[in-house]
Ligand binder design. Structure first.
Ligand code: UT7
Length: 333
């Protein structure tokens, strides 16, 4: 089967407010030096009151559609951990705000792997002939679920959105999405979690314990899992594509931590200079991180038409996934 999704537009959006490591160090027991050397992050973008995930998603999605010259889409998928409301999903509002009428729209929740999962759903739907086009968005206001006193997570996470516009096409075209590998292990759910606010806690009939409504991450085990799973899933997707490691021109890993990206590249044997990264500017934006890194990488000229690109992510759940694609020739905006 040669029919697949082909990328025809990319877009990114970040809130205007920049929070530097130095600013964090004025209110938390941390330092620019610690954050830079342990994570590679210099600053992150943070939403201010009045802005939320849907705003960032609609902005990134509209940019991708504009670049693609698309006036309509057959599907909108928003990957997010920080939906505007627990109910309904964020995607229908985003679709309406992008000017799309009566368009199927839904959210995908796979935390930092969410964009890979959402891209897989949209690509599969297009490949099966059930849609001719789609907009896939990763968007987060991740800072809204952080414990402001938790220096480990506050130092790492930021807000933003990234999007791809897709159309039906052929696997031989530049821009073709080629293969996927995804997986999960629910026994690891406590490594990355917001314990309260869901049915499990509400069914107890008791108010949440203090702090349980905030995001919690066990940094070290997550680090180890992220390196192992991102390397394994990358190997599997390369094999499914028929590529050797040396065939990879660009590696866009989940921007979790610069040391994780470097460790995955080293395990795989991908040259470090092939990694596309914006973590120093935006931090870890969870489901938004891969499409935002692609949008920033494309704007910086780091992704050239025909480049063979590997994407890989690890996130809460635990979930992981990898994708191969070729980079399209996109019109300048
Ligand atoms: O996006 C989903 C996937 N997420 C990830 O992949 C994130 C994975 N984890 C990480 O990136 C890292 O584990 C962190 C950046 C979260 C933490 O870095 P680390 O090198 O693993 O630090 P650590 O947890 O081993 O902590 C080392 C020390 C501790 O102090 P003690 O116990 O040695 O006295 C921490 O309390 O560093 C301390 N520490 C900090 N110090 C200054 C933790 N956070 C900070 C901080 N500033 N912001």
């Amino acid at each position: 089967m040669n029919r697949t999704a082909v990328i025809c537009g990319v877009g990114g959006a970040v809130p205007p407010r920049i929070v530097t490591n130095h600013e964090l160090s004025t209110r938390l027991d941390t330092s620019d030096e610690w954050i830079r050397t342990r994570t590679g992050i210099r600053q992150r973008r943070v939403v201010e009151p009045g802005t939320s995930t849907g705003d960032l998603a609609a902005e990134a999605g509209s940019r991708a559609m504009k670049q693609a010259g698309m006036a309509s889409a057959d599907m909108v998928v928003v990957a997010t951990t920080t939906p505007d409301r627990p109910c309904p999903a964020t995607a229908p509002t985003v679709a309406t705000r992008m000017g799309l009428v009566d368009t199927p729209a839904f959210d995908v929740a796979a935390v930092c792997s969410g964009f890979i999962y959402a891209l897989q759903v949209a690509t599969g739907t297009i490949a099966a002939g059930m849609a001719e086009s789609a907009v896939v968005i990763g968007a987060e206001s991740f800072t809204t679920i952080l414990d402001p006193e938790d220096r480990t997570t506050v130092a790492v996470f930021g807000d933003g959105a990234g999007a791809l516009a897709l159309r039906a096409g052929d696997r031989s075209e530049d821009g073709a999405v080629l293969a996927f590998d995804t997986g999960s292990d629910g026994s690891l759910r406590d490594l990355i979690t917001v314990p309260a606010g869901g049915a499990e806690q509400r069914a107890t009939g008791k108010a949440p314990a203090p702090g349980d409504s905030f995001f919690r991450m066990q940094g070290q085990p997550v680090f180890g899992q992220a390196v192992r799973r991102m390397a394994d899933t990358s190997r599997k997707v390369l094999a499914a594509t028929g590529w050797e490691v040396d065939d990879v021109d660009r590696f866009v890993g989940h921007q979790a931590n610069r040391r994780i990206i470097e460790a995955v590249a080293e395990r795989l044997g991908v040259r470090p200079d092939r990694a596309v990264s914006n973590i120093d500017q935006v931090g870890n934006t969870a489901a938004a991180s891969i499409p935002l890194a692609m949008a920033d990488g494309a704007a910086a000229g780091l992704l050239a038409p025909g480049d063979r690109v590997l994407l890989a992510a690890f996130g809460g759940g635990a979930t992981w996934g990898a994708t191969t694609l070729t980079w399209p020739r996109l019109p300048a905006l």
